[in-house]
Design a protein around this ligand. Sequence first.
Ligand code: KIV
Length: 284
Amino acid sequence: MEKRKPVTTSKLKKMKTDGVPISVITAYDYPSAVLAEEAGVDVILVGDSLGNVVLGYDSTVPVTLDDMVYHTRAVVRGAKSTFVVADLPFMTYHGSIDQTLRNAARLMQEGVAHAVKMEGGAEIAEAVAACTRAGIPVMGHIGLTPQSIHQIGGYKIQGKNSESARKLLEDAKALEQAGAFAVVLELMTEQLAAHISEELSIPTIGIGAGPHCDGQVLVFHDALGYASNIVPKRFVKEYASIGDTVRKGLIKYVEEVKNREFPAPSHSFQMEEEVAEFLYGSKK
Ligand code: KIV
């Protein structure tokens, strides 16, 4: 396969201008990053959905900055030409600007991410601007913002009435103004997502936001049917059922260990005859 040039923020912007859809998938470890890159994914998001699908929490709230650094490093090792964005987790960008910059810097320096993602609109524009001024590319995230799930009160479609739709458009513009290079639009009507996408010059990446965004993102485990503990959602399409494949393989393994079918002679190593003779006087 021909080596691809590394994906950059300017390439992503050009893809929007040229009308080329941007493919984004989450990943949390080395093997999934290798596979995503081999598949030609443009951007890997090391999402804090890590909390749900890898760590077994029931929300993203318990995910720590240390968790994100650890998983981002593994992903970056597996994806050499893919643009890697890492989520700043819950409450790591709501304190002082100084603390926000330190936290974002950890994802860039220790995690070796290419960019960070933050959830929220106009209210976090100052934090976004501080990061972009410091040379840290920021992806915004509006609509359903999972870090605020307890405040929102569940996975509900956002921007359904005119007031909240207008607020989401303003939030998107505030993020663009603050220097964000892209913005995730999660769980909103396709008409609102289309309108926001038209109004912005930066790419929009949709999840549950219809077909008119500049790109699409799905959670790895949801898209591949890999034992996700996130409640199934109508906007997710399952492209494989790797959970079933893994389960069948494990059941077979347990069965073969129990009935001594595994390991077979082909998986075992034989002792040299003279060593056997030295030890036991004959080959066992
Ligand atoms: O954490 C995550 O995986 C995300 C995507 C759902 C956009 O934020």
